[in-house]
Design a protein around this ligand. Structure first.
Ligand SMILES: NC(=O)c1ccc[n+]([C@@H]2O[C@H](COP(=O)([O-])OP(=O)(O)OC[C@H]3O[C@@H](n4cnc5c(N)ncnc54)[C@H](O)[C@@H]3O)[C@@H](O)[C@H]2O)c1
Length: 316
């Protein structure tokens, strides 16, 4: 019986790309990881460092390659490009990174026309849309990490506030991965209970609205705070990427808030942003229309129009 282990290529061997490679190598999910960067020397150094830990991980072939080496990848994860400086919004990176994508995406698809593309570079929703337009692929095959990271931040902060395991907290951040994102409180549950039911059981008598507002504020501004403190964010996004790639490679049908082209979602189309999607070996196969409140629907529409305004400036 022959067995071929999945192959993952990572474009961009910076903070995010290499931390993801490290987490992926530890996960044992894949047999081959290729790192591609315009700074070939850096990619080679990173691969040497990763390989020197291989006796403590599952055997994985890791090497610095060119775009040609992305052939036969199950998924290509794009982390290349400029990152936010302290105080800078993600949307400020759009022109520079959209230009980079005009080269990167065709290079990948020339050698790996069937691969799934997972976009991570910021602004991730706009670049997911750009990659989709450049590639002409099925929308399921080109998707972004979206608010999987923000949702994990929310689950962690809620779990810490309520002193409960984050795995028992289900709550989504939706919309743009950025300043117009929104918390879908109406669908949030702890241990299967809506927040309004769980809170009285907690006996902490906190001001629910005030606490939830503060938690969401912390989520929305997390990247600004971390970048100010240490220059970049990479551990949590790396783990979020392993989770998404795991859902794909293991064909899990997991529900994750990845960024995907909307096709009539609450009347929204022709924009990519995060809503809960079914993720499996086909990619972000479809979005799931969860029951949002009127206010949340309005916020989602505002997020979509903010993103559309930026898309229009790109003249795609
Ligand atoms: N979506 C998310 O949740 C999320 C989270 C964190 C960071 N990011 C984004 O990920 C991106 C990378 O962040 P980082 O901290 O790793 O940055 P970084 O500067 O450490 O790494 C970027 C890498 O991209 C490479 N690169 C630039 N242009 C390239 C090209 N044309 N071809 C190949 N490689 C190229 C650079 O040489 C560098 O090694 C940024 O856009 C950042 O904003 C996204």
């Amino acid at each position: 019986m022959s067995f071929s282990a999945p192959k993952v290529s990572i474009i961009g061997a910076g903070n995010v790309g290499t931390t993801f490679a490290f987490a992926l190598m530890k996960s044992g999910l894949t047999g081959e990881i290729v790192l591609v960067d315009r700074n070939q020397k850096r990619a080679e150094g990173e691969c040497m460092d990763l390989n020197h830990g291989m006796s403590f991980a599952s055997p994985t072939k890791i090497y610095a390659g060119s775009y040609r080496d992305c052939a036969a990848s199950n998924i290509v994860v794009v982390t290349a490009g400029a990152k936010q400086k302290a105080g800078q919004a993600r949307l400020a990176l759009v022109k520079e990174n959209a230009e980079i994508f005009k080269t990167i995406i065709p290079e990948i698809l020339t050698v790996a026309p069937e691969t799934l593309l997972l976009i991570v570079s910021n602004p991730v929703d706009i670049l997911t849309y750009v990659a989709l337009k450049i590639s002409g692929r099925n929308p399921a095959h080109v998707f972004g990490s979206g608010t999987v990271l923000d949702t994990s931040r929310l689950r962690f902060l809620l779990s810490a506030h309520c002193s409960v395991d984050p795995r028992n907290v289900h709550a989504y951040i939706l919309g743009e991965h950025g300043d117009t994102e929104l918390p879908a409180w109406s669908t949030a549950t702890i241990g299967g209970m809506p927040l309004a039911k769980y809170c009285p059981l907690c006996n902490r008598h906190c001001d629910e609205k005030k606490e939830l507002d503060a938690i969401f504020d912390e989520v929305k501004n997390a990247a600004y705070k971390i970048i100010e403190a240490k220059g970049a964010t990479y551990y949590a996004i790396a783990l979020a990427l392993v989770r998404i790639v795991e859902a794909v490679l293991r064909d899990e049908n997991s529900i994750l808030p990845v960024s995907r082209l909307l096709e009539g979602y609450y009347g929204l189309s022709d924009v990519a942003l995060s809503v809960p999607c079914l993720v499996n070996k086909k990619g972000a196969e479809r979005s799931l229309r969860i029951g949002l409140s009127q206010e949340e629907q309005t916020q989602l529409k505002a997020s979509a129009s903010a993103l559309r305004k930026v898309i229009h400036t790109l003249g795609l």
